[in-house]
Design a binder for this molecule. Structure first.
Ligand code: ADP
Ligand code: MG
Length: 359
């Protein structure tokens, strides 16, 4: 303010267009900014953010402070008391799947690390503070139970499937239904039925994110999913070599064909840092996915190197423990952060409907 006036009205005016990252709406109007108090030139306020935006909480707080300092340079201090903003209970109560964002993790082919990435993104979002569920839609080769070292049959309680719990994260997988090592022969309608049950008849609870580990290749499951619920979009995992990138391009075309938004590409097995000599070996190449993403106008979310601990922890059913590894945690955290930042940016340009998707 030119005249240097400082009161709650000028502070409110400066913050009127500050948007909640999830809804893209004014945080002040939604009463997520409150308790505005001035003591001389020192400002304090409460900022309530939902658990959905947990991975970007510090960015949002920094942006709020920056805006205040730019618009009201006479402020000498801004103290933000960040709290969790509770959303209102869903009007339909306990019925069906209520997930704010449903994200499929797919690729053109198997063995590129889809399941590892789906599991790591789920764990990363959860560790940041979001409420996350993980569904294994790879009915032919379910690997989520193994990655988390959990087994057993989901219980049926009051006609609903109780998901299996992995450290507070609900999981659903065909691997819980079929004894390990047994082959299942699926025809189209059965496949559709199984996926429908996983979504509709499972007591997921209220989720910020449902992450779906997709089977490789064809679009059957993608089509089924896109008919069942409003998917937020898909993350495509690929390795850097040219042949794998061609498959990723096909996967992107497939998602686009069934109207699933592509949220980004991740390059997995992107180089290997030799633990003995510290030299970097680009076993499958490096950087190919980033280039391809730019060509296809798809966001690039990050790179994960080849790391023996990823394979060892996965085999040992301890996928979550990669977040205890200082070489790996920042890699997966960065991908989660980029993913949620991009979603928040889309919310800012096109605020989502107030109603949560209900199945
Ligand atoms: N970045 C990585 N470094 C080392 N091993 C990896 C990496 N990503 C995946 N793996 C391993 O590769 C194998 C295949 O990964 P997986 O996630 O099951 O692939 P997909 O679901 O695409 O078939 C697993 O043994 C997994 O532990
Ligand atoms: Mg898999």
């Amino acid at each position: 303010m030119a005249d240097g006036q400082l009161d709650t009205t000028t502070v409110e005016a400066a913050l009127a267009e500050f948007h909640d990252p999830e809804t893209g709406r004014s945080a002040l109007q939604q009463e997520q900014i409150r308790d505005i108090q001035l003591s001389g030139s020192e400002l304090s306020l409460t900022l309530g953010l939902t658990t959905w935006s947990a991975p970007v909480w510090s960015d949002v707080e920094a942006a709020l402070k920056e805006r205040l300092q730019n618009q009201l340079p006479q402020l000498t201090a801004v103290n933000v008391n960040r709290v969790v903003h509770e959303r209102r209970p869903h009007p339909l109560g306990e019925i069906g799947l209520r997930a704010k964002s449903v994200i499929a993790v797919g690729s053109g082919k198997g063995g590129v690390g889809k399941s590892t990435m789906a599991a790591s993104i789920a764990v990363g979002l959860k560790r940041a503070g979001a409420k996350v569920g993980l569904m294994d839609a790879d009915v032919y080769g379910p690997s989520i139970p193994h990655l988390f070292g959990v087994s057993g049959r989901p219980q049926i309680v009051e006609d609903k499937i109780q998901p299996v719990d992995a450290d507070g994260m609900p999981l659903m997988s065909m691997g819980f239904m079929v004894p390990p090592g047994e082959a299942v022969v699926w025809r189209g309608p059965m496949l559709h039925g199984a996926i429908t049950q996983f979504l509709r008849d499972t007591r997921w609870g209220e989720l910020d994110y449902l992450i779906i580990d997709m089977p490789p290749g064809t679009g059957d499951i993608a089509l089924t999913l896109s008919q069942l619920l409003p998917l937020t979009g898909a993350v495509v995992v690929c390795t850097p070599q040219e042949v794998a990138l061609l498959d990723a391009v096909k996967a992107i075309a497939m998602f686009r064909k069934v109207n699933i938004n592509v949220l980004g590409m991740v390059e997995n097995m992107s180089g290997f840092l030799c633990p003995d000599c510290g030299k970097r070996y680009d076993i499958f190449g490096h950087g190919g996915a980033r280039e391809k993403a730019a060509q296809l106008d798809v966001p690039f979310l990050g790179e994960v190197p080849i790391n023996m601990a990823i394979r060892e922890l996965g085999d040992a059913g301890k996928t979550s423990a990669s977040f205890d590894d200082p070489a790996l945690a920042p890699v997966f955290d960065a991908i989660c952060h980029q993913l949620v930042s991009n979603l928040a940016n889309s919310a800012a340009t096109a605020p989502p409907m107030p109603q949560l998707p209900v199945l």
